[in-house]
Structures are given as C-alpha cells and as structure tokens.
Design a protein around this ligand. Structure first.
Ligand SMILES: [Zn+2]
Length: 396
C-alpha cells in the first residue's frame, strides 16, 4: 500500500473509531437515564382486547420485549374511550373496564410490571427493574360531570386526567372544537365546574393534562392550577401548524408554571409536509381517482385497492424523520430552556410515525440524535424523563 492509501485507511479507521465511541457514549447515557413516556394507547389497542403484551405483538407498536430493548422505565398507560361508550353503562364504565384489564395484566406478571401510585413506588419499581405503569385518563368526559367519579378514578390509580380529548365536554372545550367549531360552542374554556375539577385534581395529586385542550381551556386551567401541569402528548405549532399543537405563548406559559410538554411522535403533528400531503389526498380526490380507474377497468373493487396502494405509498414517502422530531425538542429548549420538554410518543394511538421511530424499541435513537446535536448528558437526562419526574414529584 502506498503512502496515500495508508493515509486513507488511517482516516477511515479514525472515523469508525469515533462513530463507535459516540454510539457507546449514547448507549451509556440512555441506559443510565430514567426514560418516561407520557402517553401510550396500548391499553385500548391491545390490553383491553385480551392481548398479552409481555409477548411480542409485531402488528402493534408496543410490547414488553421491545419496551425493554428501548430502555423504557416508566409508561403512562392511556385509559381512553371516545365520546360514544363501548360499555352500555357509559364512558365511566369504559374507563373502569380498561383499568381492570391493566390491573389484571400487572397481576399476571408481577416480576415484570408494576402499577405505581406514588413517586416512591415509581422509584422502587425502577430499582427492581420493572416496567412501571402509571394511569393517565384521556378525556374529561369519563368523569361524567361527577367529582365523586373523579375521586374513584384517583383511588384506582389515575395520575393524570386529560381535561378533554378531541371532543369537548360540559365543562371544558377541546382544541378541535375551539378551532373548527367555534360558532357552535355553548361556552369556551373552563366553566366554574371545570375550575373545580382542576382544584380537585390538585388536591388529590393528579396531574392536569392539557394535551388536546383548546387554547382557552389551556389558559383557564393553567391559571386555576396550583401545581405544574403536563401536556402528555403534544408537539410544536410553529413547526407544524395543526389544531392541537402548542403555540409559543403556550410553551412560555408551561415554563412559567414549571410544567412539561411531552412531544407527540405522530407524523402529522411533526411535519407540515406530511399534513399537506394528507390534505392533498382528501375524499374528493379519492372519489375522482376511483371513478377514473373504475371507468377504465369496470372494476370498482380493484379501483379501491389501487387507491389504497397509491395512498399508502404517497403517505409513506411523506413521513418525517427522527431529525424532524428532534427539531421539536430543540425548539422548546431554545425558546424556554431544557427543563420543560419530554417524550410523549402516543404509540399505538397513531397511524404514522417518523422514519427511525417505528416502535417502542427505538427510543435510544433519540438519545443518539440529541448527543449528535451537542446536548449534554444532563440535558438529555432531563428530556428523557427527569423533567416529567420533577412534575410528578411536585404532585404525587
Ligand atoms: Zn390523544
């Protein structure tokens, strides 16, 4: 080998060594950090349907083996039902059914899972290397306008209540309704009863979750709350202007309150390009496509299948990247500092995720990306879980 060949080989070795060293450093930081995810819909997607998530669930985002691979320590399990109840007794009964199924799962696997209700129990679970489950109830409609039901949910383990889902309720308006149906609203923001809900949550040590809420509800709730709030799964409006992402003033208000915003992974909340592509493939476009293919082939079923393939391919090509997601973290850090941002994947509740973040085994890539961007070990630890833990500690 001549001199320049030797030099090239040396440079390649140096590059590989440095890549290996930074991968090792990222893995060390990730493994030592406490990783908390603010929101996962595996309860409604799998657990309540009788799936054993301690076994692989390849058609879903979430199962215990992949959680372990991803280094997750603490998961807020979303208890979610829409405005129309599954149980004939109503949406409160739906919440109870889901908590029953989650408790049963934990009881069947006491060596691997633990349901925690206090900061101390979380710490104990982490020490015992169990996956610590916390309950987050997503949608204030589930208390059925009754503070006694709120108390009962707290006794069963509820540690945050998302004041609204996409649907408003009698005492709080949602982001969707405040944005798209403002004319039809009976009230906007929190009613007097809504403020008493926030006070009761504060008294009981349940976090007030402001993901999904309209801006008026957000500001009313943050004014009424004496404790730091959480946004369990929300991203940044300025990077992706969709109805339920949070604006700069909201981010500043969360920082002032000492709360935390956990970034949602949904492609449509991360990337403007993805949203634009989705909007361009709307129902009228679909109808036109199917009509045109049907006319040519005389087969409407085949036309529909062709549309499905086309839609999937186009949306797949529009997926954002891991770097786009890290931009949302960066944005909050640059605006208000590194104390107010966390992780709130929304896995198993979303139809599209960024490239590189395909399931719950992929969290270490976020650590590697932040390290690559020059984040310190201390900052990364805050973002992965330290900030959410601080908010938890202030409440329960
Ligand atoms: Zn949600």
């Amino acid at each position: 080998m001549n001199r320049s060949g030797l030099k090239t080989t040396g440079l390649i070795c140096l590059l590989l060594c440095s890549l290996y060293a930074s991968a090792q450093k990222a893995a060390r930081i990730h493994n030592k950090a406490i990783l908390i995810d603010g929101h996962n819909d595996v309860t409604s997607a799998s657990v309540v349907r009788g799936r054993d998530i301690t076994e692989p669930q390849p058609d879903r985002h979430t199962d215990l083996p992949r959680w372990k691979k991803g280094g997750l320590d603490v998961q807020f399990f979303s208890i979610f039902t829409g405005p129309v109840a599954q149980n004939p007794k109503g949406v409160y009964a739906d919440a109870m059914d889901q908590i029953d199924s989650l408790e049963a799962l934990v009881h069947r696997h006491p060596q691997q899972l633990m349901l925690a209700k206090s900061y101390q129990e979380i710490q104990r679970g982490i020490k015992q290397k169990k996956l610590v489950a916390l309950i987050g109830v997503e949608g204030g409609h589930m208390i059925e306008n009754n503070l006694n039901k709120l108390d009962s949910l707290q006794k069963r383990g509820m540690r945050y209540l998302t004041l609204t889902w996409n649907n408003s309720n009698a005492w709080a308006t949602s982001a969707l309704d405040e944005t798209l149906h403002a004319d039809t609203l009976q009230h906007k923001g929190l009613t007097a009863f809504g403020k008493s809900v926030v006070q009761r949550l504060n008294q009981l040590g349940v976090l007030v979750d402001l993901s999904h809420t309209g801006e008026q509800t957000f500001y009313d709730a943050i004014a009424a709350s004496t404790k730091p709030v959480i946004l369990s799964h929300s991203s940044v409006y300025n990077l992706c202007p969709v109805f339920r992402n949070v604006k700069d003033d909201q981010i500043r208000a969360v920082a002032k309150n000492g709360g935390v915003i956990c970034i949602n992974f949904y492609s449509g909340f991360i990337s403007r390009k993805f949203d634009q592509k989705l909007a361009s493939l709307s129902e009228p476009v679909k109808k036109q496509f199917i009509d045109s293919v049907s006319r040519q082939t005389g087969d409407s079923q085949q036309a529909l299948a062709q549309w499905d393939r086309y839609f999937k391919k186009e949306m797949e090509a529009a997926r954002p990247t891991l770097s786009d997601l890290a931009d949302h973290i960066d944005y909050i850090v640059k605006l208000v500092g590194d104390d107010y941002v966390g992780i709130g994947s929304d896995y198993d509740g979303i139809g599209s995720v960024p490239i590189g973040l395909e399931d719950v085994s992929t969290y270490p890539r976020i650590t590697a990306e932040l390290l690559k961007r020059g984040y310190s070990k201390k900052s990364i630890r805050k973002i992965l879980g330290g900030n959410v833990l601080r908010v938890i500690r202030a409440s329960f």
